[in-house]
Design a protein around this ligand. Sequence first.
Ligand code: UGA
Length: 437
Amino acid sequence: MSTRRVIVVGTGYVGLTTGACLASVGHRVTCADIDPAKIARLRAGQVDILETGLAELVSGGTASGNLDFVLGARPAVVTADGPVALFLCVPTPMGAGGEADLRAVESVVGEIADVLPAGSVLVTKSTVPVGTAARVADMLGRDDIAVVSNPEFLREGSAVSDFLNPDRVVVGSDDRAAAELVGGLYDALNAPVVVTDAASAEMVKYAANCYLATKLSYVNAIAGLCERLGADVEAVIEGMGHDPRIGRSFLRPGPGWGGSCLPKDTRALAQVAEAAGYAFPLLDAAIDTNLAQHAHVVAKVRRLCGGALAGARIGLLGVAFKAGTNDLRDSPALAVAELLAAEGAELTAYDPAVNGELSRLSLVDDPYLAVKGADVVVVLTEWPEFATLDWSLVAELMAGQSIVDTRNLLPLNDLRAEGLACHPIGRAPVVPAARSL
Ligand code: UGA
């Protein structure tokens, strides 16, 4: 294992997970960020990000002396006493035209270019367009520093376990020895290491995320067709998933895919393809199908409200983009809420991990308050606790009887027994006997 010093710039969920996990496998890691309050909190052992095991790794790393936190990338670099592996984990948000906004990457590179010790390796971990490693090398203007692309494949909510049990590590550089050196930092994790050139490593990340998004749009489209044809998407998924060429994972239908990565990366790759004059209708269709999925959920709710949403009271269960996180970025739940509100629905929402103020809906801190007086309730995030609500109480509190379950999470027969009608995705509704809904 290489004993090189590691510096991680950016302490978001990717940076902090990378820093804390590399420290936990024995590397000496400094994490840097430009936010003084965040650095102060991290030094005090406070982790704001909801990631299982992360707070423990941060406090363990700090106690062992393997992990520390510094304000600013430059101060972190100037105190290093030899070559470092510096991981760039700063945000690359989506710019106005769908392209990745690289200002944070450029600013860090500008800040450290003249102080990086000779023989150091600069590692791009943020999702960056193909060609960024080459651009960063140009910006650095240093022959004695290699740039390596090392995309991350972490999922929010399970980032620590994904980092420590990777399916693969991808490292790409035009300097193969530097790529192997970065791959060596992961030796303790016993994962296959794919060593390639920088552009291919950068492409792996987009190709993987866009494939996952396309897979989900495909299954959501199949679910829609199942509804039309009277088939049950759950049985269809089960039947498909046994084929190892398809696999069972990432095949759950839902209200559409969201989060900080898939929407951004699909639009960025579509934009890159367009700029390259390359037609990629498959990717365009995956994005459009996702937007149509939000509309499909709204159409279901509208139908249950008798054809119009104006003045309808809708209870929403879940606003986070998936269970296990409080992240609202590009949340499909919020996209659905926006469309419902635009048609005049009154929205009350509950999410176990989200509190505070949200525009266009009133957020409550108890699921039973969200369903109280609702004409229709919509489950939008797959929090397991939604499956075990007291359905008799829900039925008593609601003004209507219909629940739209966009995650196929709820126990249909329990709901029916309490006089509730459940409308899942891609399968027939289950309605109480002798009631026409
Ligand atoms: C995604 C990828 O899964 C990671 O591999 C990647 O590293 C990460 O983006 C990234 O680029 O940083 P993440 O954004 O955390 O991870 O979320 P996912 O777990 O992929 O979920 C994305 C969306 O798809 C969510 O809205 C989720 O609810 C939805 N989803 C996921 C489904 O509707 N069905 C599924 O079967 C799986």
